[in-house]
Ligand binder design. Structure first.
Ligand SMILES: *Cc1c(COP(=O)(O)O)cnc(C)c1O
Length: 386
């Protein structure tokens, strides 16, 4: 029998479409090949216009974490006041990055994992004292919680327009609504989540205001991630700073072609519909969503084990793997108590049905007694209603 790779249903990397694999597999040419330069320039222009950015988009080799570091470093000077909203593991990562840099930081956290810091709490905090920068995680991958970004940007624009907004959009960009002209100053992401590319590319969008902020700051201690080094390259990709990852750029061009073909708004709708179907399905199988329903994200779902179900976390996830789907373990407060499903990017109905079938067989094989088909029936109904 053919041994297939399991479905990649972790919150990054996500399944990579054949045409994107082919783009990555092309014979590498020089970064200043005129054909590539033209394609790369067009790509950057596309990123800017599609996400309605009045500034610049950056495409740089690196992971999402580097994009976080690059994003905050270019708009925040030593001693600046930074308000960080942490809804979980990746919020804490941003705190770690900021706390090494001599910023004056304060943190807002929800009372427990699975909730989000609220827009009111941010408003209250900013009304009490001035902050230079606000940092939020749009989708917190450890809890499957979506920050109410649209509502936040509206509030910020009307009440605290002087504070810059930095958004970790790693688990949302390309799958969930977020536009720079909402008033976002720095948005950051990377290739292996909703864009459906292999890991390796960091993506950033910086508003005109963010770039002005960088220009008004003292020289950075950092070099590779300095906007000033990359701006000339992004304006004309013939210029050189660090060698662009040629094959990954082709991959992003193909990923963007797929996104445009689907239509951004359709893609957003699809992510929300699939996520709702997954939550309904796992709930029918007895699992509880780690995120409260009103903040449950369109791209990642945490399923918490029912009490006394007899499932051992590691053994269960290994069984799901053996049945054909790779899902992730939980982090922090949820560690050992459930699993995480990434449902981002270029996935379809076949993916979802196979995923649920794998989870069902693993449940039964691990001694958690559910009826075969109990989850599939709910998933099928949900897909028929799309
Ligand atoms: C995955 C992820 C990151 C980290 O990205 P890496 O590519 O692993 O460095 C940061 N923030 C969020 C919200 C993520 O989901």
């Amino acid at each position: 029998m053919i041994k297939r790779n399991p479905l990649v249903m972790v919150p990054g990397p996500t399944p990579v479409a054949r045409s994107i694999q082919q783009a990555m597999g092309r014979e590498t040419i020089s970064f200043n090949d005129p054909g590539l330069v033209a394609e790369f320039n067009a790509l950057v222009a596309d990123l800017v216009s599609i996400w309605r950015c009045d500034g610049i988009a950056f495409v740089v080799a690196g992971s999402g974490t580097m994009a976080m570091e690059m994003g905050i470093t270019n708009v925040t000077a030593k001693g600046d006041r930074v308000l960080l909203c942490s809804n979980g593991h990746f919020g804490e990562r941003f705190i770690d990055i900021c706390s090494r840099k001599g910023f004056d930081i304060e943190v807002l956290r929800p009372p427990k994992w699975g909730l989000s810091v609220t827009v009111d709490e941010v408003d209250k905090k900013l009304s009490g004292s001035k902050f230079d920068v606000l940092v939020i995680t749009h989708i917190e991958t450890s809890t499957g919680v979506e920050f109410p970004l649209r509502e936040l940007t509206r509030m910020m624009r009307s009440k605290h327009p002087e504070t810059l907004i930095v958004v970790d959009g790693v688990a949302s960009m390309g799958g969930v609504e977020a536009y720079m002209d909402w008033g976002i100053d720095v948005m950051l992401s990377c290739s292996q989540k909703c864009f459906g590319i292999s890991p390796g590319l960091a993506l950033l969008w910086a508003s005109e205001r963010a770039i002005a902020r960088r220009r008004s700051m003292p020289p950075l201690a950092e070099s590779y991630v300095d906007f000033e080094k990359w701006i000339p390259v992004m304006k004309d990709t013939m210029k050189y700073w660090g060698t662009p990852p040629v094959n990954m750029i082709w991959a992003l061009i193909e990923a963007m072609r797929i996104i445009k073909e689907e239509g951004l708004e359709n893609r957003f709708k699809r992510h929300r519909a699939y996520a709702a179907a997954i939550r309904k399905t796992i709930s029918a199988m007895g699992f509880k969503s780690g995120a409260e329903e009103n903040v449950a994200s369109p791209t990642v779902t945490v399923g918490l084990y029912p009490e006394a179900c007899g499932l051992d976390d590691a053994a269960f996830r290994n069984a799901v793997y053996d049945e054909g789907a790779h899902i992730a373990g939980c982090l922090g407060d949820f560690a050992g108590k459930g699993f995480r499903i990434g449902h981002m990017g270029n996935i379809d109905e076949h993916t979802l049905v196979s995923l649920i079938a794998s989870i069902e067989r693993a449940c039964i094989k691990c001694g958690y007694k559910i009826e075969p088909g109990v989850g599939l029936a709910v998933m099928q109904k949900a897909l028929l209603e799309l």
